[in-house]
Design a protein around this ligand. Sequence first.
Ligand code: PLP
Length: 847
Amino acid sequence: MAAPLTDQEKRRQISLRGIPDLENVHELIKGFNRHLHFTLVKDRNIATPRDYYFALAHAVRDHLVGRWIRTQQFYYEADPKRVYYLSLEFYMGRTLQNTMVNLGVQNTCDEAMYQLGLDIEELEEIEEDAGLGNGGLGRLAACFLDSMATLGLAAYGYGIRYEYGIFNQKIRDGWQVEEADDWLRHGNPWEKARPEYMLPVHFYGRVEETKDGSRWVDTQVVLAMPYDTPIPGYKNNTVNTMRLWSARAPNDFNLRDFNVGDYIQAVLDRNLAENISRVLYPNDNFFEGKELRLKQEYFVVAATLQDIIRRFKTTKKGTPGRTSFESFPDKVAIQLNDTHPAMAIPELMRIFVDIEKLDWDVAWDLTRRTFAYTNHTVLPEALERWPVRLMETLLPRHLQIIYQINQKHLDKIACLFPDDMDKLRQMSLIEEDGEKRVNMAHLCIVGSHAVNGVAQIHSNIIKTQVFRNFSDLEPDKFQNKTNGITPRRWLLVCNTGLVDIIAEAIGEDFVTDLSELRKLNDFVDDKHFIQNIMKVKQENKLKFGQYLEREYHVKINPSSIFDVHVKRIHEYKRQVLNCLHIIHLYNKIRMNPAAPFTPRTVIIGGKAAPGYHMAKVIIKLITSVADVVNHDPLVGDKLKVIFLENYRVSLAEKVIPATDLSEQISTAGTEASGTGNMKFMLNGALTIGTMDGANVEMAEEAGEENMFIFGMRVEEVQELDEKGYDAMTYYEKIPELKQVMDQITSGFFSPKNPNMFKDLTNMLFKHDRFKVFADFEDYMKCQERVSKLFQDPVEWTKMVVRNIAATGKFSSDRTIAEYAREIWGVEPSNIKISPPCEPLRVDHLTT
Ligand SMILES: *Cc1c(COP(=O)(O)O)cnc(C)c1O
């Protein structure tokens, strides 16, 4: 019997269907060898796998360069309207494989590495994730960049080049421990520093009133150094730019004023300025009002707006003398990813009024027509409300401008609602109860021409509840743009096996038009196709199982349900609900070990914000339950619980294709959209979920009968809120729940410290904002339906196919096309970039 194929050989078998051009392979090998020699200064006797990764990365990068220059040259010449996506986070993950796929040279590279005797998957694993994001919001920005390039928009991503991205999570004794993410240690082959375009950013100082307006003086300057990363579209020769700013101290930093004479100290103090871009704040859906964070937010805004205005001025042809800004909103659209870059609004006003000397009302009209704001959450603890005293010190002129915006805004409200002080208080940009604060969401709403939520249910909530007063005033300003994910990374890159059988069935147009997947409905009764889908899932599960065994020495049952719950750890995402159910399953097995049981492997992963005590206790509960369950001989391989360490983009790409069941169980009304849910659906998992976020639209697309929907709807949650939620009634009414809670409380999972989980149990009983107990019973019953259906693999897989066929809506290409037409005023796919002179022939997915 022949030896089983290695992963590399399997991938090569698939990639050989789109036969690589031998000349391309030769060309690639030449580039690889050249970089190994000249860039890495190594020969093959002493080169390490990391050297080979870098040689390949550089060889692939070479094929971006011509397209990148040509795209930017084209934008300069044609001067289309530019779209600027401003975000404090870009959660990019790895770049090599994505670049090969988008350039259409993956097969070429696979074959080239094979011929060199190198395992390309091993090399890809060496790349560090660019973890410049926390979770969904940052990953959305990354998916959007891919879609904007693929749709040929003249778009730019602007953010911060954090020296340390999201921390690496280690689990020690069942608890989360954070390690610094030194992702740039070995260098970053994908970025190009542009020190020649460095720009000054001012902080502190004071405002001087002169006869021709206000001047911000006596400031401290920090320099912003741009680093550019190419963003290739999918096989369209477009390469856009993501520009990330890094903080640099000016060379005279601290050498002019008070530190005169202490040269050494002055040089050491350069760190103070450069700390601005040192580290990503690791909070997800939580506002921490730290001065350094406000500095970061203004830093990216100030540098970016200078860049935008410079570009506006230089590409405007034939306008000598003073620039006219009349056409600014026709040439520039700026999208604010949450309120994090909200200071862009007063900053643009400052530039227009103080520097360009425009009349206030003219400036305000231009500003509002330029900006649009995306809201990402309704959780009150996540809304940015900066203390006025902080802003007054750091950005005194901006605070004045915000007050002036507010004055005019409130004057209008007072006209419309005379004597309605409540209205004024509710709609003010300045909150006056307790410490004075600037409400950044209100600033964004007032300063933008469009405000959007990220799924239909969430947009309805912000329109009718959270920002009700504002939408009553300007109903047309409020929109919905349901989130999406890029099918390139979340299917082509991560699930080659599935792509292969889909392309065989319906061709490859689905890559840029995901609604093509509808055609898979014709294959639901095709036995051969169903078998193929089952086979791919099984292979993905085996491969992930091998990964767990290799990296963590845990063995899992590959025929069990892979039940996966990966996302940031947060009370509203209700990892606790999942955990209580696991304990219930464990009790069920122990009560009757001989009864039939559908084997499950429950995989939970995610990072807790380092300062979020309850989230860290939730991790400890999961790992403690895992300890007991996984070592109980009565359980055997019926039930396994894995806490998946250090969940991040590259790990998502491994676990999602191996998943049977996707857990999306937030309390209805709390998850704005979710995008993890979409990745699972696209990769052939079924969803157990509440009617929350984009789950609602997934059910609409696939049919509720093709998902495992449970729990309270958002109206029921609100009714219960009004009535008063009492956890105890559920505890007393549901015996399974009572048993589970009694076990946790009595120290069954923490015998050495029975009080270990008392903060958690106290929360669940006394002040659970997310009503875990209220959905427990329905969740349990729904999970029984899951177990039952899994017994029938063909029926299960048919449901999987109906789900995949219904994912078309959740492509970020669709999302971006809607932003383009309905917010930015640009037409997608209008710009076509011709190929460079020396193109490699593009691979096809099928022959
Ligand atoms: C998609 C993604 C998320 C968002 O997941 P949700 O389930 O929508 O919260 C978070 N982290 C990573 C690494 C992701 O890829």
